[in-house]
Design a protein around this ligand. Structure first.
Ligand SMILES: [Ca+2]
Ligand SMILES: [Ca+2]
Length: 409
């Protein structure tokens, strides 16, 4: 019998909840589930008219022997309680990693409007004949996973969502979430979202549909649509279709704040790691062209002539900029032809005057740092101290030299 068919019969798992009145007017709540040779029982005392859940205990019986019977370690020993997703047929006792040994997945809710959730995953340790656990945080309720073998290979996927998008661009009710898919092994949960392009694609389609529905039902106000557009774009990055995603968003989002919204969106997606995949496909000519661009911006005296092999300081400065470009450049399509002629650029730009001191792009700060430290190797990587005004104004002069107000300027 293969693992997936074992799994199917195992899902005849028994789940029950019994409510017994104890003398302290506390209800003892018990949940039970079994899978193959493992039976687990969760119990806790629920006081009347109270959110407290006391004495939360997990008992695990394997092959008829009680191997584990302990209080569950919780962030709050009083309030965190087991959570079972409504209408979710997936059992909390399952073989997650396809080794025919069931694990126990206990998800806890801390209380609150929709946050927070975390799971304790218990694994059998044959050497000590007991169970060890690890913890995974889901954050917001939107991320509570559905456990399902999406591709039928016997390894369970945790089908979740990226809850860091809650409140990112708008109120919670208008927030959209990109998909996140995880798999379990003895080291913990590993994110594998991009290995499931069909699921990601269907999320992208769904998010675009939500965006259109909201626009139709509630109007095209920025606060109604920003959350869904942001999550849609993140999903397009997961699919390796960021150019198409940007094109659509720039086409449909015509509000006055579009420039600042796009800039906010780029920075957020970069910080959340969505641009890593896009970065892999950056051609080396684009990296060199961008390096040249910044190098000659801060060295106008060279009139873009080639660096000679004996000009070691210039070579070091150029190499320092190139290292930063390697890390920062992302695939972009801003709907305009960049002067450099590549669909590749930085994620964040200055939004205010190039001549003022109000410089806002973290990417451009890093370019300025690279040049500054290449020119001042005696500093190592120490920061400029208060009072070092000559160094401070040198940094600022470099920073102004690399300022860009728009990807197409
Ligand atoms: Ca297992
Ligand atoms: Ca699978």
């Amino acid at each position: 019998m293969n693992t997936s068919s074992l799994l199917t019969c195992g899902i005849s798992a028994l789940i029950s909840a019994l409510f017994l009145l104890t003398p302290e007017k506390a209800h003892a709540t018990i949940h039970r589930a079994e899978f193959q040779n493992v039976e687990a029982e969760i119990s806790y005392d629920q006081e009347e008219n109270s959110f407290r859940a006391l004495n939360l205990r997990l008992k695990i019986v394997r092959e008829g022997k009680i191997l584990f019977n302990q209080l569950v370690p919780r962030r709050s020993e009083e309030f965190d309680r087991p959570y079972f997703r409504e209408n979710n047929p997936s059992s909390w006792v399952q073989d997650l990693d396809g080794d025919s040994e069931p694990e126990i997945i206990l998800t806890l809710f801390t209380g609150g409007a929709h946050c927070c959730f975390y799971s304790l995953i218990y694994r059998y340790d044959p050497a000590s004949e007991t169970y060890t656990y690890l913890t995974h945080d889901w954050g917001d309720g939107a991320a509570i996973p559905i456990l399902k073998d999406l591709d039928g290979d016997g390894i369970i996927e945790f089908d979740s969502m990226d809850s860091r998008f809650a409140y990112a661009f708008t109120a919670y009710a208008n927030s959209g979430f990109p998909p996140q898919i995880w798999q379990y092994d003895s080291d913990g949960l590993r994110e594998v979202t991009t290995l499931f392009p069909e699921e990601v694609y269907s999320h992208a389609t769904q998010l675009w549909k939500y965006y259109q529905q909201r626009k139709q039902e509630y109007g095209d106000d920025p606060s109604n649509v920003r959350g869904f557009l942001g999550a849609y774009l993140a999903t397009k990055y997961l699919l390796g279709e960021s150019e198409d995603g940007w094109q659509r968003i720039e086409q449909v989002y015509q509000h006055d704040d579009r420039r600042s919204f796009f800039s906010e969106l780029r920075t957020f997606l970069q910080e959340m790691g969505y641009m890593t995949e896009a970065r892999k496909s950056i051609p080396s000519e684009a990296i060199d062209d961008w390096t040249d661009h910044f190098f000659y911006s801060v060295n106008p005296q060279l009139s873009e002539r080639k660096i000679r092999p004996d000009e070691t300081e210039y070579i070091q400065e150029w190499n320092a900029i190139q290292r930063v470009m390697n890390e920062l450049l992302v695939t972009e399509n801003h709907g305009c032809q960049s002067r450099l002629g590549h669909s590749v650029g930085l994620a964040s730009y200055d939004s205010l005057s190039r001549d003022g001191v109000n410089l806002e792009s973290q990417d451009l700060d890093r370019v300025a740092d690279a040049i500054f430290y290449a020119r001042n190797p005696q500093l190592g990587d120490r920061r400029i101290q208060p009072g070092e005004t000559r160094l401070a104004s040198e940094w600022l002069r470099i920073r102004r030299g690399v300022s860009r107000l728009h990807p197409c300027d």
